[in-house]
Ligand binder design. Structure first.
Ligand code: 5GP
Length: 213
């Protein structure tokens, strides 16, 4: 069974950079490429950042039950296709999802064992600075993203972990620590532990005999 890591963050918190860094460093992690009805931005490519589709096709996919979760964010549909979880499980990989707070809540309902993590910029001021620095958005979009961030941050308590992204290298390390620790939870170690227990079996048989008089 794959471990499912769900990451959410207000726009500009640095989530995409952290996700990319962690994925590049760990071949046992796979990324779930979402479906969306929004248009590709700048250098984005089909099948790399998202699968781009139209509203009618997306709604058909909803009706067919193809999504593990889906939500409407900023007027566009976004959804996680079930296929990614099956593919990751087959490949023996854990799965990383970058989804919004509504999607994270749906996913936790469907997969209670999923590990959820909320990423935050250290302050509103810092978030504003980062949104301006990437100079991708018009002023009104920046103001809208800040208002949306205020709303999203209120949902932090739905998450298992909160990561305040002060500095990229430190945040990458912390994210990797969480991933490593979650993989070692006892319930996820059953398969790894079986051959070890098996190797001790003869000792167990011996010690399980009648008590010596
Ligand atoms: P953007 O358009 O900036 O790439 O993403 C906008 C928001 O949609 C982000 O908060 C992102 O995490 C979220 N998002 C991306 N893919 C999905 C998805 O498959 N499901 C849900 N619920 N949200 C998504």
């Amino acid at each position: 069974m794959s471990v499912v890591f769900v990451l959410s963050a207000p726009s500009g918190s640095g989530k995409s950079t952290l996700v990319r860094r962690v994925l590049d460093a760990d071949p046992k992690l796979a990324f779930s490429i979402s479906y969306t009805t929004r248009r590709p931005r700048g250098s984005e490519k089909e099948g790399q950042n998202y699968h781009y589709t139209d509203r009618a096709s997306f709604e058909r996919m909803i009706a067919n039950g193809e999504f593990l979760e889906w939500a409407e964010v900023f007027g566009n549909y976004y959804g996680t296709h079930r296929g990614y979880l099956d593919q990751a499980a087959e490949a023996g990989r854990d799965l990383v999802l970058d989804i919004d707070v509504q999607g994270a809540a749906q996913l936790k309902e469907k997969i209670p064992d999923a590990v959820s993590l909320f990423i935050l910029a250290p302050s509103r001021e810092e978030l504003e600075k980062r949104l301006r620095a990437r100079s991708e958005d018009a002023e009104e979009v920046i103001q809208r993203r800040l208002r949306e961030a205020a709303e999203e941050i209120r949902h932090y308590h739905q998450y298992d972990y909160v990561l305040v992204n002060h500095e990229v290298e430190q945040s990458v390390e912390r994210l990797q620590s969480i991933i490593a620790a979650e993989r070692m939870r006892r319930n996820r170690m059953e398969v790894a532990i079986r051959p070890i227990l098996e190797s001790f079996r003869t000792d167990q048989v011996r010690t399980a005999g009648p008590p010596e008089k």
